[in-house]
Design a protein around this ligand. Structure first.
Ligand code: NI
Length: 199
């Protein structure tokens, strides 16, 4: 081999090594698609409306319907809670197979006592969770729930928030949402199918 040939060969080898190294680094550095496959739901540490601490573990063993809102909500929350109450009534004892949970996104006003008082207007099987602002922010993040405090006239405020009810199986895996304003028959069908899921 000529000297020129040897130089060319060593360049070729170095280039191959370099490309290989870059490819490996590139593969390692490739970020996972931005949250696209991230599950809905996750750990939380909140407080039941009875005052008892509660975590996501207390929901395991039964399928769960959960949604986030606040007791001073003028429309979306009372409408959703009335719909859930009506659907649970239609399902009757079948609905005992479900956890139904309302999580506050307004910790300043939604004390456990306030949650209990407010939820006394709806089906007694609906549980209310609240907590510290930080704990609620973490829970909302885990459930990919949006909420934002909005000032209103008179120095008070309202809270914009996501309106879907999320359904989970008994192992805590996300199943599907119930869309806000879905017809009664559809809500009943979704909850019935959830209650009948096994594991
Ligand atoms: Ni609301």
């Amino acid at each position: 081999m000529t000297r020129q040939g040897k130089i060319l060969l060593s360049f070729a080898l170095m280039a191959t090594l370099l490309i290989g190294t870059i490819a490996i680094i590139g593969l390692r550095a490739t970020p996972k698609p931005a949250d696209a496959g991230a599950p809905i739901g996750g750990p939380f540490e909140l407080v039941e409306m009875t005052g008892a601490p509660v975590t996501e573990k207390s929901l395991i063993g039964k399928p769960t319907a959960i949604f986030f809102g606040f007791t001073y909500c003028p429309e979306v929350c009372p409408t959703t809670l009335m719909e859930l109450t009506s659907a649970l009534k239609t399902l009757g004892p079948e609905a005992d197979e479900l956890n139904v949970v309302f999580v506050s996104v307004d910790p300043a006003r939604d004390t456990p006592e306030q949650m209990k008082l407010y939820l006394s207007n709806f089906d007694p099987r609906i549980r209310g969770f609240t907590g510290t602002p930080e704990a609620i922010a973490e829970a909302a993040k885990a459930y990919r729930v949006y909420y934002r405090k909005v000032p209103v006239e008179g120095g008070t405020y309202t809270v914009d928030h996501s309106s879907s009810v999320y359904l989970f199986d008994a192992d805590g895996r996300f199943v599907e949402p119930i869309a806000y304003g879905a017809p009664h028959e559809r809500v009943v069908a979704q909850l019935r199918s959830l209650a009948q899921r096994r594991g």
